[in-house]
Design a protein. Structure first.
Lengths: 272, 373, 287
């Protein structure tokens, strides 16, 4: 008796899961259908193929991976290969001759390294912007409400090093607020800074909105007005020695399209 | 030969800690040891006793357990069962550093980073002497060994004989009641060996407590020791004075060591029916189980059956191997009676001896020696 | 092994000389090509990147780069922490090596494998692991914090811990290898002379394996000096407190590669000076 009840319950559960999967599938196909029709008039006649190699800032990992899948779906026969990393490292590899088609940097400064060497085709375009936010421990136990609160004694704050974009931006915001902040550490990149808060080693960090969003509930974001003075532009450019320029152009178009912007804004980026 | 098994119920040594503590005065001074060590397939069970001033030699083939016995005496290998008393003091469970035992290791194991003097002073230092006192004691020992000039030398720059004496001085400097020597002459070349053996003999004779040395060289054992204990496969197979053992070997190993042909058999009057097959005529009149021994030099070989010779002690053999033995040739024979025979190079050439050659071997009854088994 | 091969068994002082002579002639006479070519290739492979660093070094701006106080601060911190980490590794690592080499206990093979784990662990992961163990919220760190008020991340002590974590395995492996090669019977000989096991270790084994310990210490020191991942992850990056040379180099690389090269050169020059000095003083006299 009990066994049969359990079995039916399990079957119901299975049926439910199946239905959900079906719904998800149909949702997928409908959305990709719409995209296919949208992009087909954008990229007109030549059939795209081959691998497009994209060097992108680490903060773009989640959204660009999603966009890459979209792109491969829209253009069967293409493949998008990513190399995520610190913008500076990526810029160094590109100027060093790494075979890449597209470079998406986390700051105009790092993009400038590439354009100065003449490695980019045309002017880079800003495709998103990122704003700073204070990441605090979940529940904000130290009641951080403003940038000034970070200067409270006893509070362990980590900043990005001034040599990386998020550190430079944080310094700009602090300067604008005429605040002097001595952190316990200048971290080598924004993820490292965020990590210290996630591991509860630091009480707060100044990071990007996108990072706070990506961390889910492990940190709590606190907006502050001075961040408006330190908005970071993300430029994207087609590279001069791109092995697959046509497909690369189409990928840049996708990133800058309404669909691309939607994915990026879901990750916490601001429109340019 | 029966070996007391460690699990035999009548062995009172099974529980040394439960044994009533013997009074030091009531027990005779010297060494009283029953060493039982089980290590995997290897089983050692030997009883050793010796009085002060005695030099005991453990003789045996490689792997017989001599070194294990020595290590057990030093406390470096724990006893599985049995006991060890020295001058009436139980040492069975005493750690090696607390035993009044000195060891001269096979390759001496002089500490290479210390001078000869500091090597010898190491023991006194560890046993509580001050630095200066330890050094002066060490200097006295080196002096006694004739090494006063080499006190500052590192072991690396000492000759083998010198190193051996430093090792002896180091072992003696702690004033041990038991001196253990593991193959004391094995690391030396033949020439040095002769000289060092004589020196060692003097030093051992002067040592007032018990000495136990391990060797596989019968000559070392005979020259240095008062008493030999022959160990094979972890048990004592024969014990006695060097002369006794040389004359009356009881195992093939000992017979080979002392260079005798040895057979076991049943005696009836002058005739011994050998376990190996043929009978042998002896001068002794015995009955029951006996050993018969004769030296290889007592054997005479003939290419053809000697005519006119009595049929007694004449065997048909075949040459299995030949080897030079000093200025002699030793022929290894198989056939009716396996035996070793020594002959001169000239005789070997005249007989045209070569492996596989058939020969007749004979030995005179007067040159055989029979004794009860 | 024949007894004659063992140390201390030399039959005379003469035996040393012919051996040395043989080694000498062997060095000059025909080196087999299958060894020579890969050997030279290996040397080139190891030295070429360093050479490139020298070639591309901003020699003209170098004096300016090197007069900055931050550089000397980072260098001083690097030397101090690497030396402290080596000292920690020696004090704790040599006994561990002895335990691994000279005692029998169940699971010893596993323990030996575990000791080498920090070698294969990416240093950044090592840093995270240290945070999880000794961080303010870590398994042990939380007690250190609440009982003694000690927090290790973001401190110079934290740098030493991170460096020791990564460097100690080199020392342990090196010393353990030397201990295994050393004849344990010297310890036994010392024991029969009345030395306790510890005295035997201190007065006999330790001097015997000194060259191995020195080699291990140098290896550990070099590793600690170049440590980056675990340090920046566990101790963070603050000039004068936790910013060691490798951290300074890495961050300089972000926007001023020339400065990074200059800093690397300083680190290289100092390491070469120290290691060459030690080799002359230590390694040759003992071996």
């Amino acid at each position: 008796m009990t066994r049969s009840v359990r079995r039916t319950r399990r079957m119901l559960k299975l049926a439910g899961a199946g239905a959900a999967a079906l719904m998800a599938l149909s949702a997928c196909s409908s959305s990709s259908d719409a995209k296919k029709s949208g992009s087909s008039d954008a990229s007109a006649s030549p059939k795209l193929s081959g691998t497009v190699t994209v060097f992108a800032a680490a903060s773009l990992k989640e959204s660009f991976t999603t966009l890459g899948k979209e792109f491969e779906h829209e253009h069967p026969g293409t493949e998008v290969s990513f190399n995520f990393g610190g913008s500076d490292t990526l810029a160094a590899s590109i100027t060093g001759g790494a075979p890449a088609d597209v470079f998406a940097a986390a700051s105009p400064k790092t993009m400038k390294i590439v354009t100065d060497k003449g490695d980019a085709t045309g002017a880079p375009a800003t495709f998103v912007r990122n704003q700073l936010e204070i990441a605090t421990l979940p529940g904000n136990p130290d009641e951080v409400a403003s940038l000034k609160d970070l200067t409270k004694s006893g509070l362990k704050v980590v900043l990005c090093d001034k040599s990386v974009p998020c550190g430079a931006a944080a310094q700009k915001a602090l300067d604008a607020a005429e605040l002097k902040l001595t952190p316990v550490s200048y971290e080598q990149d924004v993820k490292a800074a965020l990590n210290k808060v996630q591991l509860k080693e630091a009480d707060a960090a100044v990071v990007y909105k996108t990072d706070v969003k990506a961390a889910g509930g492990k940190v709590e974001g606190v907006e502050f007005p001075e961040s408006a003075d330190a908005v970071n532009d993300y430029p994207i450019a087609l590279l001069k020695d791109a092995p697959n320029a046509e497909t690369a152009k189409a990928f840049i178009a996708l990133v800058r399209s309404a669909k691309g912007q939607k994915v990026l804004s879901q990750a916490g980026f601001l429109k340019p | 030969m029966t070996t007391p098994h460690p699990t035999s119920p009548n062995d009172t040594d099974r529980h040394p800690q439960r044994r009533p503590q013997p009074q030091p005065q009531s027990e005779p001074p010297g060494l009283d040891a029953h060493l039982i060590v089980d290590r995997g397939a290897f089983h050692l069970d030997v009883t050793l006793t010796a009085g002060p001033g005695d030099v005991l030699a453990l003789l045996g083939p490689n792997g017989a357990g001599k070194t294990t016995a020595l290590r057990a005496l030093a406390g470096l290998t724990p006893l599985t069962a049995g006991h060890l008393h020295l001058d009436g003091t139980p040492l069975t469970d005493t750690p090696p550093e607390s035993r009044p035992v000195g060891v001269v290791f096979q390759d001496y194991l002089l500490f290479p980073h210390l001078s000869a003097l500091d090597n010898v002073a190491f023991g006194p230092r560890c046993r509580g002497a001050g630095r200066a006192e330890a050094r002066s004691r060490a200097a006295a020992w080196l002096d006694r060994m004739g090494l006063a000039d080499h006190a500052g030398a590192r072991p690396r720059s000492l000759s083998g004989g010198q190193a051996q004496r430093v090792a002896l001085a180091r072992a003696l400097a702690t004033g041990p009641r038991l001196l253990l020597l593991d193959e004391p002459l094995a690391a030396l070349d033949a020439r040095t060996r002769l000289e060092v053996r004589a020196q060692l003999r003097r030093h051992l004779a002067a040592f007032e407590a018990v000495s136990v040395l391990v060797t596989h060289d019968p000559l070392d054992a005979m020259v240095l020791a008062d008493r030999l204990v022959v160990i094979e496969d972890g048990r004592v197979v024969q014990e006695g004075t060097p002369a006794d053992i040389a004359r009356h070997p009881r195992t093939d190993y000992i017979a080979q060591l002392v260079g005798l042909n040895l057979y076991r058999g049943q005696a009836a009057g002058h005739t011994v029916r050998l376990d190996a097959g043929p009978a042998i005529t002896t001068t002794e009149v015995l009955s029951g189980p006996v050993f018969v021994a004769f030296p290889p030099s007592a054997v005479t070989l003939f290419r053809d059956r000697p005519s006119g010779a009595s049929a007694r002690n004449l065997w048909r053999c075949e040459v299995a191997g030949l080897e030079t033995h000093g200025d002699q040739i030793r022929a290894d024979l198989t056939g009716e009676l396996p035996l070793a025979a020594d002959l001169t190079t000239v005789a070997a050439a005249e007989l045209d001896l070569h492996p596989g050659a058939p020969v007749w071997a004979t030995v005179k009854a007067t040159q055989t020696h029979a004794y009860p088994a | 092994m024949t007894p004659l091969d063992k140390p201390g068994a030399a039959t005379g002082p003469r035996t040393d000389r012919p051996r040395r002579r043989r080694a000498g002639t062997g060095g000059r006479r025909g080196v087999p090509l299958p060894l020579l070519l890969p050997g030279l290739l290996a040397l080139a492979f190891l030295l070429l990147p360093l050479l490139a660093l020298l070639v591309r070094a901003p020699w003209r701006s170098l004096p300016d780069q090197l007069t900055s106080a931050e550089v000397w601060q980072a260098l001083r911190l690097s030397l101090v922490t690497a030396t402290a980490a080596t000292a920690v590794s020696l004090v704790l690592g040599v006994p561990l090596a002895w335990l691994l080499a000279r005692t029998e206990f169940p699971g010893r093979g596993l323990v030996r494998a575990l000791v080498t784990l920090p070698l294969v662990l990416p240093p950044v992961v090592g840093g995270v692991a240290l945070l999880l163990a000794l961080g303010r919220n870590g398994v042990i760190g939380r007690w250190l914090d609440s009982w003694f008020g000690i927090t290790l991340p973001f401190t110079t002590t934290g740098v030493v811990i991170a460096e020791a974590f990564v460097a100690m395995p080199f020392l342990v492996i090196s010393v353990e290898g030397t201990l295994r090669a050393a004849d344990p019977r010297y310890e036994e000989a010392a024991t029969t002379l009345g030395a306790s096991r510890f005295t035997a270790f201190r007065r006999v084994t330790l001097p015997l394996i000194a060259p191995g310990i020195a080699a291990g210490a140098v290896l550990a020191w070099a590793r600690a000096l170049g440590e980056f991942g675990a340090t920046i992850t566990f101790a963070g990056n603050f000039p004068g407190r936790t910013q060691t040379m490798p951290l300074a180099v890495y961050l300089a690389l972000q926007n001023d590669p020339e400065a990074a090269i200059a800093l690397s050169l300083v680190l290289l020059a100092v390491s070469i000076a120290v290691l060459a000095g030690l080799r002359d003083r230590w390694m040759t006299t003992t071996s």
